[in-house]
Design a protein around this ligand. Structure first.
Ligand code: FES
Length: 157
């Protein structure tokens, strides 16, 4: 997990970005790629760089599901909420994951070791229903496979 970024590091990272040139989203992407999430400090630094308000920056962060405001867990299951996956039983798989992990969607364990996140279709629908386990597609899921994956992530395998 990446360390909490310092204000100085963040200022250097976003120094070339300008709001008028449509750089808000690219700047947020760079921050998240570097640190794994967009912290409160990052939002404040970026707002100052862009001569706008933290509320506006936070609005963009919260609008796009891919941005995080907390450090990511060590292991993560991303559940695909797209139509093909749901048509093929994705909601039952989500329920099994939530029950086994004892987490809500977009929740993570108190110690930060594992989490469950809402995802959007990434175009690999031929493998529906699916999740992304630590960034890798695990497709053609059954409820039994989903429970096995969740137990493994949780350390109960
Ligand atoms: S709907 Fe799940 S990958 Fe497309």
């Amino acid at each position: 997990m990446a360390a909490e970024p310092t204000t100085r590091e963040l200022r250097e990272l976003v120094a070339e970005y300008e709001f008028e040139r449509g750089h808000l989203i690219p700047a947020l992407i760079e921050i998240q790629e570097r640190y794994g999430y967009v912290s409160r400090v990052a939002i404040e630094v970026l707002a100052r760089q862009m001569s706008t308000t933290p509320a506006l920056v936070y609005g963009a962060v919260s609008f796009y599901a891919d941005f995080r405001t907390e450090p990511p867990p060590e292991r993560e299951i991303v559940w695909c909420s797209g139509p093909a996956c749901r048509l093929l039983g994705g909601d039952r798989i989500r329920e099994a994951l939530q029950y086994t992990l004892d987490l809500p969607l977009d929740g993570q364990s108190e110690d930060g070791t594992y989490g469950l996140r809402l995802g959007q279709c990434n175009g690999t629908c031929s493998e529906a229903p699916q999740v992304w386990l630590d960034g890798e597609v695990v497709g053609n899921l059954t409820i039994a496979k989903a429970v096995t994956i969740a137990r493994d992530v949780k350390g109960d395998a």
